[in-house]
Design a protein. Structure first.
Length: 321
């Protein structure tokens, strides 16, 4: 009987303590080990969440999650294409240099070989296309072989001689010099030779008011501010003029006979005194049609039919289709 009574008391104590365990989560600091010893030594409980914190968490769960707008990922270029090589080949090269294993170096060399083969095939096709189309063959415009170049240069000199002799009938050279200018002394015989060959009238103007040594250009004029008006900053200074008031700058500095000739031809062409055909022949070139400047205002896309694009460019050539 006594044993049963003790057992009943123990069970009652356990029930009471079990009821206190439920409240122990919130009043844990007021419980001693002896009042809560049935939980043992090895246990772990999550800390109680404050009501305010719990409310905040609950609210955050209810709010919709905002995600960053998705970005369109650009499509990667096709492997071993020209765009792919521009983007990736340097990376393979750097890895082969930094980690020169046989695999890394071999991979880079194979990529390089494939790229050179693509370039070789492009060159073969380009050579064939140029051979079939005289508009693309530079040999049509100006010969490339040595003996043909010599003939083109001979014909160009004849054309230049004829053009300059015609220009000399209505144009002349304005020559600003100083008596103490050594470059002016060197320019003088060149101008004399140019005058004798083509017949240009040369009007010499002395900036310092003194004559040229050697009695050259004795009929010179003295500068009265014309040099400043024309922007002369050094001598010798040469201008191409046409009466009564057209003056065009050629050079300020020493020129050879060939340089003087070419500059006068270029200036005459740009000012409209020489037509396109004559100017091309003076350079040893065949006068073939050239692209119009307006072509750059048109639209052209790589997605267009290449044959139609070629026809469109051909039709934009000067002189007809």
């Amino acid at each position: 009987m006594r044993i049963c009574l003790v057992f009943a008391l123990c069970m009652t104590s356990l029930v009471i303590n079990a009821g206190g365990f439920k409240g122990g989560l919130t009043e844990e600091s007021s419980k001693s080990f002896y009042q809560d010893k049935f939980r043992g030594w090895f246990w772990h409980e999550a800390p109680a969440v404050p009501k305010r914190r719990a409310h905040t968490l609950t609210q955050s769960k209810q709010e919709p999650t905002k995600t960053a707008p998705s970005k369109r990922i650009a499509s990667s270029p096709r492997a071993l294409s020209s765009a792919w090589y521009r983007e990736h080949l340097s990376s393979f090269r750097d890895k082969a240099i930094d980690e020169p294993t046989q695999a890394n170096v071999g991979l880079y060399l194979y990529l390089q070989r494939a790229m050179m083969d693509k370039a070789h095939r492009f060159t073969d096709v380009a050579r064939e296309v140029v051979m079939k189309d005289p508009m693309l063959d530079e040999n049509t415009r100006r010969p490339l072989s040595t003996f043909a170049v010599n003939e083109a240069n001979r014909r160009a000199r004849l054309e230049i001689d004829e053009v300059l002799k015609n220009l000399a009938t209505s144009m002349g050279l304005l020559f600003f010099f100083r008596s103490d200018c050594s470059f002016c002394h060197l320019e003088t015989p060149i101008l004399k030779a140019f005058q004798q060959r083509y017949g240009f009238k040369i009007l010499a103007v002395s900036i310092d008011g003194l004559a040229m040594p050697g009695n050259e250009f004795l009929d010179f004029q003295i500068d009265h501010g014309q040099a400043d008006q024309l922007g002369v900053i050094t001598t010798p200074a040469l201008f191409l003029f046409q009466a009564p008031s057209t003056i065009m700058p050629i050079s300020q500095g020493l020129l050879s006979l060939d340089e003087l000739t070419q500059r006068i031809m270029t200036l005459s062409h740009s000012q409209g005194y020489i037509d396109e055909t004559t100017f091309s022949r003076s350079r040893g070139e065949q006068p073939i049609p050239m692209l119009k400047q307006e072509i750059r205002h048109e639209t052209l896309s790589v997605s267009d039919d290449p044959a139609e694009s070629i026809d469109w460019i051909r039709n934009s050539l000067r002189g007809g289709p």
